[in-house]
Ligand binder design. Structure first.
Ligand code: BEZ
Length: 240
């Protein structure tokens, strides 16, 4: 009996939990996820279908930025519910025929998972029946070097992703880990960072009295920042 939309259980991985494990066939050979990627950040992302225009623009953009992500110790892994030969044909077409926004002759060197069975897509909540039963939405999972999911972003079928934002998010998370800080709205390397809120009345008073040497400025006791030099950030989170 066919299930209604409400009856279909969509399993959704959660931030802070281990990335669900899977083995898959890809355009770069078989992979074991996430164990093959231990020690690296990974962006695992899904797209609705091969040979579609938004996805093509996204793959060209991501492939063009692959080196930039690699320098930040981050590997890319794509997925759609198409088969391997469709993936291969699409990537060949992109390289041989498509020119878009100054990008041409673009070779996609990162693995693209074939997932006709939807095994992986279902595990990662990429099939969202309200949007489509047969296509993965545009999901993005940031997985850290220990295999823990650190951020998740979902987009609908019609909305192409902003890859500068994915890169910004990666650098911000690595900076937060490295320096024990948080990053404010629209933060970029070189901007002031946020110090975690004062945990006691005395700490709050010290901050407002200018007695906490770790802090450069407080808007109020709960909103304090410090300077973090751009070069120091880049040295810490990007390979030379
Ligand atoms: C696209 O990638 O162009 C696309 C895919 C599915 C639905 C709408 C657009």
């Amino acid at each position: 009996m066919e299930q209604t939309q409400e009856q279909q259980v969509v399993s959704m991985p959660r931030i802070g939990e281990p990335a669900p494990e899977f083995k898959a066939v890809t355009t770069q050979g078989d992979i074991n996820f996430p164990s093959d990627y231990k020690g690296s950040w990974v962006i695992l992302f899904s797209h609705p279908a091969d040979f579609t225009p938004v996805c093509t623009s996204e793959f060209m953009t991501f492939a063009t930025m692959e080196k930039q992500f690699a320098q930040a110790n981050c590997k890319l892994v794509g997925l759609s519910v198409d088969g391997l030969y469709s993936h291969i044909a699409w990537l060949r077409t992109i390289k041989d025929k498509i020119e878009y926004r100054g990008m041409k002759d673009v070779e996609v060197k990162f693995p693209l998972i074939e997932d006709i069975t939807m095994n992986v897509a279902k595990k990662y909540g990429m099939i969202q029946p309200g949007e489509s039963n047969t296509k993965a939405v545009r999901a993005v999972f940031f997985v850290d070097p220990k295999g823990i999911i650190r951020a998740i972003i979902y987009y609908p079928l019609s909305l192409g992703r902003n890859f500068d934002e994915l890169y910004r998010a990666l650098i911000a998370m690595k900076t937060a880990d490295e320096f024990g800080v948080a990053t404010p709205a629209d933060w970029r390397a070189g901007d002031d960072v946020i110090i975690s809120p004062a945990g006691s009345c005395n700490a709050a008073k010290d901050r407002m009295d200018g007695k906490d040497s770790n802090i450069d400025e407080c808007k109020d006791w709960f909103f304090c920042t410090k300077k973090l030099d751009k070069d120091k950030v880049l040295k810490a989170v990007i390979k030379g």
